[in-house]
Write a protein that binds this ligand. Structure first.
Ligand SMILES: [Zn+2]
Ligand SMILES: [Zn+2]
Length: 347
């Protein structure tokens, strides 16, 4: 396989991943699920029973039980990027007179990100407990659309406060439940959504900043080599000017690890920027991912023309999708200064 085919495949793969993730993020049934299930059906009859049991156990352990695997993977990927940046890009940038201030920004962002990452992992997301549940029940009103009064969690055996949900991975009910994040091995709820948002923004800034510095370095490498003015003799013996593909080939061959890292960073940046924007929107309208997901395609008994039963009483305001929104500033205030449950004083 010649270089250009390989390079086109690489660029195609990165772009396809970006498009697919943007297109299908947040959906339960994705082409990956369909493909994965189809492959499983085909290989199941020829796979030994012990291997099937092991893969089921491994998938269950990885995605349905709390474990630190994704935290280690996160640290490993980060280490690989920073090792490459420090080992190759940093020295080259110093040679081309990039200031130390610019070059220290990724390390400052890394320190800030690590701080928020730690808080996401360690802080309680707002677990509903026997001691706190009485206070937690009064924080939000039931919208009688997604959350109804008097519903108990069969596992925790508490009446569920409005906006709470039982996390099957952590086996607990969480106040203002957003989602369970495998990357921080914790639920994202009322008390740590602020750290999660700040973590997302700093990871985006980190990926974007290192990508910009790396792209700048590669641009300087091209300008310095004089490749843009160069020419080559093609197979017919004719002189051709070096075009963009020729330059890309040169960069791929001269700096393979750096070009690969740049592709990875661009992918991570677009993926996380989309995710961070989605969570910013949710924060501004005071909605959780769980509520956003449940609201999609929700058919209420009131609205359904063929149903006579009215389960919700009094009738909820169906036009108000953002039931808990109290204005942009108050919504943000609720994220960054989450309401605390009033605790009963023991006499
Ligand atoms: Zn529960
Ligand atoms: Zn959880």
């Amino acid at each position: 396989m010649d270089f250009l085919t390989l390079f086109a495949l690489y660029v195609g793969l990165v772009l396809t991943c970006i498009v697919l993730v943007c297109r299908y993020s947040g959906r339960q049934q994705t082409p990956f699920n369909v493909l994965f299930n189809s492959v499983l059906k085909v290989v199941a009859p020829i796979t030994p029973k012990w291997l099937q049991r092991f893969s089921q156990w491994a998938l269950h352990r990885l995605f349905h039980q709390r474990n630190n695997m994704f935290i280690y993977l996160h640290i490993l990927l980060e280490f690989a990027v920073y090792a490459e940046f420090t080992g190759e890009v940093f020295g080259f940038c110093r040679e081309m007179d990039t200031t130390l201030t610019s070059l220290s920004v990724p390390y400052i962002l890394l320190a800030i990100k690590t701080f928020f990452f730690y808080l996401c992992i360690k802080r309680d997301p707002g677990t509903v407990t026997k001691k706190k549940v009485a206070g937690q029940l009064h924080i939000y009103q039931y919208d009688r659309r997604l959350f109804h009064p008097g519903v108990s969690c069969p596992t925790c055996q508490f009446v569920k406060p409005a906006r709470s949900k039982h996390c099957r991975v952590c086996n607990r009910c969480v106040q203002r439940f957003d989602h369970h994040c495998v990357w921080v091995n914790n639920c994202i709820g009322a008390q740590n959504t602020r750290y999660f948002l700040l973590y997302l923004f700093t990871v985006c800034a980190m990926a974007g900043d290192i990508a910009l510095l790396t792209a700048d370095m590669l641009l300087h490498a091209v300008l310095r080599s004089g490749l843009l003015r160069a020419s080559y003799i093609d197979e017919n013996g004719e002189q051709q000017p070096a075009g963009p593909l020729f330059v890309a080939q040169h960069l791929f061959l001269a700096f393979p690890r750096i070009v690969f890292m740049l592709g990875f960073l661009v992918f991570v940046f677009f993926l996380l920027a989309g995710y961070a924007l989605f969570h910013s929107y949710l924060a501004l309208v005071n909605q959780t991912s769980n509520e956003w997901y449940k609201s999609r395609g929700l058919v209420c008994q009131h609205c359904h023309p063929n149903t006579a039963d009215h389960l919700c009483s009094p009738a909820p305001n169906h036009s108000n999708r953002h039931y808990y929104s109290r204005g942009l500033l108050r919504n943000l205030g609720e994220i960054f200064f989450p309401p605390q449950p009033a605790q009963k004083k023991d006499n």
